[in-house]
Ligand binder design. Structure first.
Ligand code: ADP
Ligand code: MG
Length: 233
């Protein structure tokens, strides 16, 4: 981690395979890439090309079969699952396809819970929550539970939580999948703005060319041939 808290990610020769009954599926093969603080990177590619797999690895939700991933100075392959969770709480906000909002808590309480893991004063927590809700036009819905929101509002609430957490890395898997064009543009813009202060790295998987076009650069994944792997010609 650099002095201002910014964090980059380095992937070197990363592979991930799944055992699909009687055959091995190679989803990522020898993936090498460097992600720098201050950039927004869009990961695109057809369905099944490994976008979610890659993001899960970068967010320390899964382990690579080969290669190394460093988040700052931390090599993810060496982490226990408890250490993975600690890394996410302190450095990585992960927005998954199902948003991971707790159904028994309001939007406000969901964000507050994420911030309670950090050493912040109550007024600072409240300030951050109000600001993130405002930026996503959710202030009026702060008291509602996730089940009382539309899917687009839930997606925005999950992004509000990530922005309020202010972790140096934001990894979002299809963050605009449930949004109309206006909301998608706004979310893509907020992600880009989040990164543009130079302290945050944003990596998002997207099918949406309009969202990808807002990113600083695009990484396009290609589906691997069945069975392809290190030993194949
Ligand atoms: P994308 O997000 O680009 O649609 P995914 O990373 O979800 O792609 O999936 C890539 C490939 O890996 C797909 O063929 C999918 O079926 C397979 N896959 C993903 N997760 C698993 C798993 N846990 N077990 C077996 N195969 C999986
Ligand atoms: Mg996916």
């Amino acid at each position: 981690m650099s002095e201002d808290g910014a964090v980059g990610i380095r992937c070197s020769g990363v592979s991930r395979q799944y055992n699909d009954g009687n055959r091995i599926i190679t989803v990522l093969h020898d993936f090498t890439e460097r992600f720098r603080p201050g950039e927004t990177v869009a990961v695109t590619g057809p369905s099944g090309s490994g976008k979610s797999t890659l993001l899960g690895l970068l967010a320390a939700l899964d382990y690579a079969d080969h290669g190394t991933i460093h988040v700052g100075a931390t090599e993810l392959g060496s982490l226990s699952s408890v250490e993975q969770t600690e890394l996410r709480a302190g450095r990585i906000s992960y927005l998954g396809p199902d948003h991971n909002l707790l159904p028994i808590l309001s939007v406000y309480e969901n964000i507050s819970l994420a911030l309670s893991l950090k050493r912040l004063s109550e007024p600072e927590i409240d300030r951050r929550i109000q600001e993130s809700l405002r930026s996503l036009e959710l202030s009026e819905l702060a008291h509602r539970r996730p089940t009382e929101l539309s899917s687009g509002q839930r997606a925005r609430a999950a992004l509000a939580r990530a922005l309020a957490s202010d972790n140096p890395v934001l990894i979002a898997d299809e963050p605009t999948a449930h949004l109309d064009a206006r909301d998608a543009t706004r979310v893509a813009g907020l992600c880009a703005t989040f990164a543009s202060d130079g302290r945050h790295l944003v990596i998002l998987a997207t099918h949406d060319p309009a969202v990808a076009s807002r990113a600083d650069r695009v990484i396009r994944l290609r589906p691997q041939a069945p069975g392809a792997g290190p030993d194949d010609p």
